[in-house]
Design a protein around this ligand. Sequence first.
Ligand SMILES: N[C@@H](CCC(=O)N[C@@H](CS)C(=O)NCC(=O)O)C(=O)O
Length: 202
Amino acid sequence: MKLCHSPTSPFVRKVMMVALEKGLQDQIELVSPDLSDIFKGINPATPLGKVPSLEIDSGDVLFDSIVICEYLDGVSGGTTLFAADRLERAKLMTLHAAANGFTDCAYQRRMDSFAMPEGEGSPTWNARLRVSMENTLDLLEKQVAEFSGKVNIATIAIACGLGYHDFRFSAENWRESRPNLTAWFDEFSKRPSFQKTIPPEA
Ligand SMILES: N[C@@H](CCC(=O)N[C@@H](CS)C(=O)NCC(=O)O)C(=O)O
């Protein structure tokens, strides 16, 4: 399997964490993105031009990250990172959606602030995205007891989102007034799958 990959992408990190948790890392070849033209995007294998994508042995190309994660989860068998029961699965995927949406807001803010040409960023939209992020952090702080001690697709996505926040927005202290989420993250981030996917210094 070939994974179009960037070591700083939190969405790629989620896929890599799933691969490591499921013992599939040796079956995945990493392919570099194409950074030559912002309008082509960084991944010509998908119409959206984004990473990650996964080319599987049939030649099919899978995206986006949650699709790849579910595929890898099924390929490896063993304890699932998803959920079989319909209601449990819906709740799990809603928590994943919160975490992934948080990460997407952070990524969009980063692009708005640093990737746009001088003067083209929008402070208003940036502030709007930050509100979504703060609200999600507050929700996670309230819900910690429900996901604490679990390793699944939602907790992996939460860890990737918080890790990306620390990586790109270290000046914004999400830990302040969120002691439960802080304690959860301190513990969860000790997992080898998290430690082995720490992004390189920018
Ligand atoms: N919803 C997508 C988001 C992927 C995404 O936003 N990837 C970013 C990197 S973190 C990207 O490839 N951006 C390049 C671009 O948009 O040109 C997923 O979960 O896979």
